[in-house]
Design a protein around this ligand. Structure first.
Ligand code: SF4
Ligand code: SF4
Length: 190
């Protein structure tokens, strides 16, 4: 039987990350060429570029990787993924790191998990995002004092008809809920 000895020395953390990412096993073929970090619009704000993060994953530096800001600065533009010479699903690996960081309570210096929870709550109830509700609920729950700073912008959007005060539910919500339920079953979420 032929075995992939190339992967045998990989860290447990490496296996954990790639097994949570469709096509993630391709990370074993990273050349450390740096095209990903060089392509990234937010690379200069990241503690570690994607190339460096992948080297750290390979070395099993779990705590440092999950505490890093790298994945939270990823805006899912997929530019790195399209340029990677090894077809590594870089953006999807960033999502895997986000999920792991959230699951382990390591996502402390970012508002992204709270914002994502608020967003998905509206999608599950109305089938689409609701900007006014998203902003007001998020700020009330997370940054109540900062909410007042947004009033002038909100008024401007409202007077131009760009901000609706009530959510608008899509038709056939039952179908969307069935899709979400199935996706959660496949993903192993409750
Ligand atoms: S572009 Fe691809 S091969 Fe190059 S360092 Fe990034 S992930 Fe590795
Ligand atoms: S998908 Fe994320 S990591 Fe890749 S280039 Fe865009 S922001 Fe950077």
């Amino acid at each position: 039987m032929v075995t992939d000895t190339h992967q045998d020395h990989r860290s447990d953390f490496f296996q954990e990350v790639v097994s949570d990412t469709p096509g993630g096993e391709q990370l074993a073929h990273c050349l450390q060429c740096g095209s990903c970090g060089g392509s990234c619009p937010n690379g200069s704000d990241m503690q570690y570029t994607p190339r460096t993060i992948f080297a750290m994953i390979n070395a099993g530096r779990r705590e440092e990787v999950l505490a890093a800001n790298t994945m939270w600065y990823c805006v899912s533009c997929y530019f790195c993924t399209t340029r990677c010479p090894q077809q590594i699903p870089i953006t999807d690996l960033m999502y895997a790191l986000k999920r792991l960081a959230i699951a382990e309570g390591k996502a402390k210096d970012t508002d992204a998990p709270a914002l994502a929870r608020t967003f998905t709550g509206f999608v599950e109830n109305f089938g689409r995002s609701f900007e006014f509700g998203l902003a007001s609920r998020y700020y009330l729950l997370n940054k109540p004092l900062s909410m007042f700073k947004l009033v002038p912008m909100g008024m401007g959007l409202f007077t131009r008809g760009r901000l609706h005060l009530l959510p608008n539910r899509i038709r056939q919500m039952d179908q969307l809920r069935a899709i979400i339920k199935k996706a959660r079953e496949i993903g192993g979420a409750s």
